[in-house]
Design a protein around this ligand. Structure first.
Ligand SMILES: [Ca+2]
Ligand SMILES: [Ca+2]
Ligand SMILES: [Ca+2]
Length: 554
């Protein structure tokens, strides 16, 4: 009898290991160690991400299928055909790990479990299958710097100075009073009954101690755990904050780069078709390393800043500069470009930034999809979702993380229950169902521009060349060239008509007679021949707030 019971318990423990990769014992939670790298064949084409257009999705706000008011994995699966139809080829999912929900998933309590509100690991694997069937790669957020206060390791760490996991977080007996690296009068060390812990973002997000080799090993196992599920890569959160040394040395430390070089060499490179992109605001290209030894991409927040501001102020020079710089990453690496994301530091929703001006939303998208770099759309951007009033949300970040607007019915078709947070009142005018029917909608503009990028490799893989223009106060122009295809893009971002000439003499365009094809966006527009007599004075008329996309076969 005893033997049978022991056998039963063993089976149960094994079963729980298999499902969650962790077992509980009297000491707390112990995670499986030394996870092996598995050979997971990728169904996506080699280096798929270099030509991809990504869609950032906050699952909790995307589509609810069980009426609990929270978006879920099954809801995302239901909407994969919408995404396929939009033309995107990559999905970035904001954190999928079980979290305490103080920070929309960036407060992890279990690195190896799917958020309970989202569904199960089986649901997640089903999502990966369904996305891959549609040639969509899936990357997930990974939050290396901090956990939730309610992560069992932090709870243990905080319980006593002698606790087993004490050294997994950063503790001091006295407040060292470090100056906060970006918030004036912000606190970095937080008081408890038995010491101060470091938490650079918030008191409820304690930083891990990466000087402890056990932490590093745990995180490497977590990375392998997720890669073994068949995901196609990661978006790494706040990479510049990983290791801190003293008050003056809290960000972008050399030891931090060593950690990512280790991840790249010993994990990422062993899964050959994955993509890694990192968030490190305003640290330039430092987390791209030499181009091949840290992350594949880093978000270029200067890009969205200058594109959005340049369109608001109608200053073509600053936008042209931002586009040009989007290709200047170390060889082998790529900047990720965007107009907006889930963080207000990167701006509010473009529709809000442009004061509800649809034309500027569309121009911004046209710039994004013709620029060098790997473009990312933030969910709802493609339908002109607005920023919600601050009084309607529990905390500021939530004002740009409201439920997706699918149709004009109650709760915008997001849920049949009570939505987790208020839906933006503009949903009756701006939603997927209405915009799909309107050829001039923001959504149809996005679809058209995405198709143009997907159908023309010079826009994704091509080089960048600046084209001289006769009136830099109205217009900027550039060329993207790949093999024997060149695309010339000209933007007038002002309220005035622009009657201008283009100068190709500083480009690598061959000085011979070529007639551009009809405009890629508006097939009704045809162009005159480019030849040796007009090579430096090619005339074009561009109406206010409009653009031309000319394709040449060389
Ligand atoms: Ca739900
Ligand atoms: Ca949760
Ligand atoms: Ca840190």
């Amino acid at each position: 009898m005893k033997k049978a019971l022991f056998f039963l318990i063993s089976i149960l423990i094994l079963a729980s290991c298999k499902n969650t990769d962790k077992i509980s014992n009297e000491k707390g939670i112990i995670y499986k160690e030394n996870i092996q790298i598995e050979n997971i064949p990728s169904t996506l084409k080699k280096d798929w991400w270099k030509e991809a257009i990504f869609y950032e999705c906050f699952v909790r706000s995307f589509k609810d299928t069980n009426g609990d008011g929270n978006g879920d994995i099954k809801g995302l699966i239901q909407k994969l055909d919408y995404l396929k139809n939009l033309g995107i080829t990559g999905l970035w999912l904001m954190p999928m790990s079980e979290s305490h929900f103080n920070a929309d998933g960036y407060d992890v309590i279990d690195y190896r479990a799917i958020e309970k509100d989202y569904g199960t690991m089986d649901d997640f694997k089903n999502l990966l299958n369904e996305a891959h069937k549609r040639n969509i790669g899936v990357i997930i957020d990974f939050v290396p710097n901090h956990s939730s206060l309610f992560h069992p390791f932090f709870e243990n760490s905080a319980s006593s100075k002698n606790s087993e996991y004490r050294n997994w977080y950063c503790w001091k007996d006295k407040d060292p009073n470090w100056v906060h690296p970006w918030t004036k009068n912000g606190k970095t060390w937080h008081k408890t009954d038995n010491g101060y812990y470091y938490g650079v973002f918030y008191p409820f997000l304690p930083d891990f101690n990466y000087k402890n080799p056990s932490v590093l090993a745990y995180m490497k196992d977590n990375l392998k755990f997720w890669l073994n599920t068949g995901i196609d890569g990661f978006r790494f959160d706040a990479v510049h904050t990983l290791i801190e040394n003293d008050s003056e040395h809290q960000l972008n430390q050399p030891e931090t780069h060593k950690v990512y070089q280790d991840f790249r060499e010993n994990i990422f490179n062993k899964y050959p078709n994955i993509y890694t992109v990192c968030e490190a605001p305003f640290t330039g290209d430092s987390f791209l390393g030499n181009g091949t030894n840290e992350f594949n991409s880093t978000f270029r927040f200067e890009y969205n800043k200058y594109v959005i501001q340049g369109l608001k102020n109608e200053t073509p020079r600053s936008i042209g500069k931002a586009v040009e710089q989007a290709i200047q990453s170390p060889s082998g690496s790529y900047f990720a470009t965007l107009l907006s994301n889930h963080d207000p530091f990167a701006g509010l929703r473009p529709f809000t930034e442009f004061n509800k001006n649809e034309t500027k939303c569309k121009l911004a998208a046209s710039i994004l999809f013709t620029s060098p770099g790997i473009p990312f759309i933030y969910y709802g951007e493609e339908i002109g979702m607005d920023t919600i009033d601050l009084s309607q949300v529990p905390y500021p970040d939530a004002q740009i993380r409201t439920p997706m607007q699918w149709d004009s019915t109650l709760n915008a078709g997001f849920t049949t229950g009570k939505p987790l947070r208020n839906i933006n009142p503009n949903y009756t005018l701006y939603n997927v169902e209405l915009e799909e029917k309107n050829p001039n909608s923001i959504l149809n503009h996005y679809k058209k521009m995405i198709a143009i990028r997907n159908n023309n490799k010079s826009l994704s893989l091509g080089n960048y060349e600046n084209i001289g223009v006769s009136d830099k106060n109205k217009v900027f122009a550039f060329m993207r060239k790949y093999n024997n295809e060149a695309i010339i893009v000209v933007f007038n971002v002002t309220k005035d008509n622009a009657n201008i000439t283009l100068d190709f003499s500083k480009t690598t365009l061959p000085n011979k007679a070529i007639t551009p094809k009809n405009d890629l966006f508006d097939q009704n527009i045809s162009y005159g021949e480019i030849n040796s007599s007009n090579f430096s004075i090619y005339s074009l008329n561009i109406e206010p707030y409009s653009f031309k996309i000319m394709k040449l076969e060389l």
